[in-house]
Ligand binder design. Structure first.
Ligand code: FAD
Ligand code: NAI
Length: 475
């Protein structure tokens, strides 16, 4: 018999599972449907983020960073290790165990919050009077009815035209996180977030990594000065990044992959590699969702069309996360999920797209929030800049990592913080202060007058804020 719910959520990635929990907290009867299946055939809620995204990539970044530190930097501290070796299967097994902990954690949270979890593929069957009928196919075959539906089906890796992922030679993020040995030569197409993070992992472990990027500028979305600083560091590490290339034919063979491309000077080139990671962006998951059965509007990319409040063209149908417009980030998906649950409950939450932070977990890390300097220039807004290098920060020196800087952009007249850009150690953590400052419409002076612990990396943020007013104390 078909079950009835107030709210059905399709997808248990960070957008969906968080929406389901918040809706249950608000007193609704909630079902969450997710198709992800682990190697033993069981459910693996958490979506791309938990299974093949944020969490496993950070696990491998941590392991590979330890390896690099042990190999190259421990000696500076007087620690002798002898020859350091990496056991890739153990590293990958550790990553898998962390993923499993997260999957289990979400199942526990569903139970705790009385969310009904259905393992299978969900799709629209038809619109009802005041709701929708959905089908679930997979481990559990059933139908259900719900007054509201939140679609949070996420995204998947975009393939190069005519070059399908085989996860053997041509890898998406999935295969890139499952390699059982370090490839001698690794090619990556796309110097975006995945290209840089995965490139860093396998370079640290000993692969010769070449990244081919189509755009002539490196990390075009980041502040130019910060991107330049990051590029300098990656070059020094031996991460080879070729900009402005046009990728041609990609052929697989027994020993690997051959990639033909035209370089920035218009010269034809070939790159031989054992494996190729294609990280050229992601496409929304709307195939098989039954959008046509109910008239759910999609755009030309297949993304669900929503307004600023995540409302689709259908009454009672909402969509959040990677399957809609905006940055494909887990925390953006979560904020939208919470906001939708609260809107269904008649509340008026607000998600400020201008204060969604970006973090790239390479070494140095790159993080930013708000406008870049090039965006402010283009908009004609008068601004002031304050920068502070980690070179002049005591904690960074003690850590042995003084690469990079903090940069604050503030309105020339009001001093309001408009953007904060960082490259350096642990800036993934430092950026939270900048997000809070921007959410509270703080001025640079506000940050400058806050007492920051000494010695800490966060003092670089305070000093950058002081530098906006040309009065840094330690530089
Ligand atoms: P997803 O996480 O993709 O979840 C969607 C879920 O819906 C999946 O479980 C899918 O199986 C399921 N599903 C799809 N269709 C159906 C259906 N019809 N029925 C039932 N279930 C269905 N973001 C960050 O913020 N920080 C990071 O460090 C970060 N690292 C990343 C690293 C990598 C390698 C990748 C690939 C991505 C990374 N991201 C990161 C992006 C982040 O993973 C996504 O933005 C986030 O997962 C989007 O959440 P979502 O809930 O919208 O979708
Ligand atoms: P991306 O959008 O970050 O980067 C793709 C890159 O590929 C761009 O630089 C683009 O110019 C380039 N490109 C596109 N087509 C190309 C072609 N044919 N030839 C050569 N270059 C080409 O996408 P990516 O790295 O695949 O990641 C997808 C998304 O996942 C990210 O945008 C981000 O939203 C999310 N993500 C977030 C992470 C984080 O927050 N730390 C980590 C990893 C992924």
């Amino acid at each position: 018999m078909s079950q009835t719910f107030d709210i059905a959520v399709i997808g248990a990635g960070p957008g969906g599972y968080i929406a389901a929990i918040r809706a249950a907290q608000l007193g609704y009867r909630v079902a969450c449907i997710d198709a992800w299946t682990n190697a033993s055939g069981g459910p693996a809620p958490g979506g791309t983020c938990t299974n093949v995204g944020c969490i496993p990539s950070k696990a491998l970044l941590q392991s590979s960073e330890h390896f690099e530190h042990a190999r190259l930097h421990f000696a500076d501290h007087g620690i002798a290790t002898g020859t350091v070796k990496i056991d890739v299967p153990t590293m990958v097994a550790r990553k898998d165990a962390i993923v499993k902990q997260n999957n289990d954690g979400i199942l526990y949270l569903f139970k705790k919050n009385k969310v009904t979890f259905l393992h299978g593929r969900g799709s629209f069957v038809r619109a009802l009077d005041g709701g929708y009928e959905l089908a679930v196919e997979g481990a559990q075959n059933t139908t259900l009815q719900a007054r509201h539906v939140i679609v949070a089906t996420g995204s998947r890796a975009r393939a190069l035209p005519g070059v399908a992922f085989d996860e053997e030679r041509i890898l998406s993020n999935d295969g890139a996180l499952r390699l059982q040995a370090v490839p001698k030569k690794l090619a990556i197409i796309g110097a975006g977030v995945i290209g840089l993070e995965m490139g860093s992992v396998w370079r640290r472990l000993g692969a010769e990594v070449t990244i081919l990027e189509g755009l002539p500028t490196f990390l075009a979305a980041a502040d130019e000065q910060i991107a330049k600083e990051a590029k300098k560091a990656f070059d020094k590490q031996g991460l080879k990044i070729e900009l402005g290339v046009k990728v041609g034919e990609v052929k697989t063979h027994k020993r690997g992959v051959t990639i033909a491309y035209t370089d920035a000077q218009g010269q034809g080139q070939t790159l031989e590699a054992e494996r190729l990671i294609v990280s050229i962006g992601r496409v929304p998951n709307t195939e098989g969702l039954g959008a046509d059965k109910v008239g759910l509007k999609l755009d030309e990319r297949g993304a669900i069309v929503v307004d600023a409040l995540c409302r689709t063209n259908l009454p009672g149908v909402w969509a959040v996360g990677d399957v809609v417009r905006g940055p494909m980030l887990a925390h953006k998906a979560e904020e939208e999920g919470v906001a939708v649950a609260e809107r269904i409950a008649g509340q008026h939450p607000h998600v400020d797209f201008n204060t969604i932070p970006w973090v790239i977990y390479t070494s140095p890390e790159v993080a930013w929030v708000g406008a870049t300097e090039q965006q402010l220039k283009a908009s004609g807004r008068a601004y002031k800049v304050g920068t502070f290098p980690f070179m002049a920060n005591g904690r960074a020196r003690a850590l042995g990592d003084t690469t990079g800087m903090v940069k604050i952009l503030a309105d020339a007249a009001t001093d309001q913080v408009l953007g904060v850009h960082m490259v350096g150690p642990l800036v993934s953590e430092l950026i939270a202060e900048a997000v809070m400052a921007m959410e509270f419409k703080a001025s640079a002076e506000d940050i400058a007058r806050i007492c920051h612990a000494h010695p800490s990396l966060s003092e670089a943020t305070k000093e950058a804020a002081l530098a906006v007013d040309k009065r840094p104390l330690n530089f």
